[in-house]
Design a protein around this ligand. Structure first.
Ligand code: NAP
Length: 168
């Protein structure tokens, strides 16, 4: 039996790789929120401190939340764990089957070489942004599924849910 922890990146990015602006997402796309929730609920998520601080209601419910920070708080935190390196964060998940790395920029960069899968939502539009997804080397990633969605009354931008697996 394969007990290796599967590391999966989950991100929504614009065509120019933009992912954030002023501590928030550059867009409001309810379909992607729903997709993210369906993918990660019941699992373990690892995120950077700034992404954690951007969550409107604190730790994501029904998920084990691990927050990366160089400044570990004293005592126990309500609803999340802290780690001061990606290695330590992954160590905390050693009993899980899969862990979702959910950003932001530096955390995606640190995990790009070890991730097995990327669940990317491409948001087709142009946005004001100050935070970007790292460059993707498509020589090492194979697209294994894609669903394209046009804009609709609730979702202002066309978007594509794409899954990539690392080429072994
Ligand atoms: N579109 C998307 O899918 C998506 C996903 C996530 C976030 N975002 C957006 O991205 C922006 C936030 O991302 P960001 O790149 O600015 O910040 P971030 O990666 O969320 O957080 C950076 C912080 O995480 C901590 N950290 C990261 N790696 C660490 C490591 N190896 N060891 C210890 N601590 C580590 C450090 O915290 P300390 O300073 O405490 O040491 C660092 O300052 C927001 O705009 C957010 O909305 C978008």
């Amino acid at each position: 039996m394969d007990n290796k922890l599967k590391v999966s990146i989950v991100a929504a990015l614009a065509d120019d790789y933009a992912i954030g602006y002023k501590g928030k997402l550059p867009w409001n796309l309810p379909a992607d929120m729903k997709h993210f929730k369906a993918l990660t609920t019941g699992g373990t998520v690892i995120m950077g401190k700034r992404t954690f601080e951007s969550l409107p209601n604190g730790p994501l419910p029904n998920r084990t939340n691990i927050v990366l920070s160089s400044m570990i708080s004293e005592g126990v935190n309500e609803g999340y764990f802290e780690a001061n390196s990606l290695e330590d964060a992954l160590e905390l998940c050693s009993n899980a089957k899969e862990v979702f790395v959910i950003g932001g920029s530096a955390v995606y960069k640190q995990s790009a070489d070890i991730a097995d899968t990327m669940y990317l939502t491409w948001v087709h539009g142009k946005f004001k942004a100050d935070t970007y997804f790292p460059e993707i080397d498509f020589n090492v990633w194979k697209e294994v599924s894609r669903t394209d969605h046009p804009a609709d009354e609730k979702n202002e931008y066309p978007h594509s849910f794409v899954v990539y697996e690392r080429i072994k």
